[in-house]
Design a protein around this ligand. Structure first.
Ligand code: SF4
Length: 387
């Protein structure tokens, strides 16, 4: 949480569920999801795609299970990856049961679409038995007929009513390990639906703008929609839906969270757009640094600013700062203070070295704090056990 009051976001209070070992809702970190686009039956290709998403920092991955062959492949996929897998089912209750048996951590299925109450009960029993949570995924493009007739067209009220109807089916079976999404490709409709849903229930919410578009337009649209919701404290897990590779969705998801100061991972680069005053080629330098520093997971901030107009000011708010100077030498700032100059030709290598060293120091501090917290927690447990 930031110490600057204007950066505070008050998060909606939701109940916590688990997707495998990953908590969703409550005070758990807001997680980043994506979905594979390989054939699930091609387990090796799907595993490879999930691994790329893991490198990008994904927390949870969804995999489509349209047929029995896919749920058969799911067992191997689950075994070979490190993140929990959500099986995307939609209609067929048998696929849901197979996916639960195959090790899915969560089933994306709408209980109202499964059919008879007996089938719903079977799916819920399978979920319970195998420790699966459920995602109710309402989509403006596939609203139930009775709601379309009632409202005339998809709208936020219809999305919320649909979600609550599905939720009631699970609650009546005393199943509460579920989260809800109410997605629409229209950003106004999606945001309004999530706002209304957030007001009337405490279930964790999976947020997303569905079918947002290609990489650039989809990123903008998702940032507006998800940014708006997250800023208002709404959302416990998120997916940026792009017509792009899954790892790209993960990068964008992280960038949205980083922009709002909600979660930090890796190097956050603040850079100027550059202009005639730049002391070095800012655009090229930033592109190279993004690539060279992509493997760093420790949160750290770096400002790359072309000249003294904004450089010193931005450096004040970053761990390492660089400002373009004259005569082929540029200024390096450490924790906001001028530290030393570096020659233009060695710039990229030098920055990579500085960031790597500082990230290692930060990581050691994080690990030491974790060890201290764990020791304190086990002392408390020991005292409680002795009482
Ligand atoms: S910081 Fe300097 S180089 Fe960068 S855009 Fe502003 S004036 Fe131009």
């Amino acid at each position: 949480m930031s110490y600057r009051p204007y950066q505070q976001i008050e998060r909606r209070k939701s109940r916590q569920i688990h997707v495998g070992r990953v908590p969703v809702g409550g005070d758990a970190p807001i997680t980043v999801q994506t979905m594979t686009n390989t054939l699930t039956t091609d387990a090796q290709a799907t595993i490879a795609q999930i691994r790329l998403s893991e490198i990008a920092g994904v927390d949870i991955v969804r995999v489509s299970c349209p047929d029995e062959e896919s749920t058969a492949a799911l067992a191997e996929i689950v075994r070979e990856v490190n993140v929990p897998i959500v099986a995307d089912i939609h209609f067929h209750y048998k696929r849901a049961i197979e996916a639960a048996r195959a090790g899915a951590a969560c089933l994306r299925i709408n209980p109202g679409n499964i059919g008879s109450p007996e089938r719903v009960r079977e799916v819920v029993n399978a979920a319970r038995e195998h420790g699966c949570s459920i995602r109710i995924g309402v989509n403006a493009g596939s609203l139930e007929r009775h709601l379309l007739e009632k409202y005339g067209e998809p709208n936020p009220e219809a999305l919320v009513e649909s979600a609550l109807e599905h939720a009631k089916i699970l609650q009546d079976l005393d199943f509460h390990e579920f989260k809800i999404s109410v997605k629409a490709s229209d950003v106004f409709m999606a945001v309004a639906a999530y706002q209304q849903l957030a007001d009337v229930c405490d279930h964790p919410l999976h947020i997303g703008i569905t079918e947002a578009g290609g990489k650039r337009a989809g990123t903008v649209k998702s940032s507006i929609g998800l940014g708006n919701l997250l800023w208002a404290g709404i959302g416990d897990t998120m997916r940026v839906s792009l017509s792009a590779e899954p790892a790209e969705e993960v990068h964008v998801g992280w960038d949205i969270l980083k922009s709002l100061g909600i979660r930090h991972r890796g190097v956050k680069i603040i850079s100027c757009p550059s202009c005639a005053r730049q002391g070095f080629n800012v655009i090229q330098t930033v592109a190279t640094l993004e690539e060279r520093l992509a493997h760093i997971e420790t949160p750290i901030t770096l400002s790359i600013i072309g000249c003294v107009v904004n450089g010193p000011g931005e450096a004040l708010m970053t761990d390492i700062g660089v400002t373009g100077g004259g005569s082929g030498r540029h200024m390096v700032y450490a924790s906001g203070k001028q530290d030393h100059t570096m020659p233009a030709e060695a710039m990229v290598e030098h920055i990579v070295e500085l960031v790597t060293e500082k990230a290692a120091i930060f990581q050691a501090e994080i690990d030491a704090k974790k060890a201290l917290d764990a020791a304190a927690a086990s002392r408390v447990s020991a005292v409680l056990a002795a009482e």
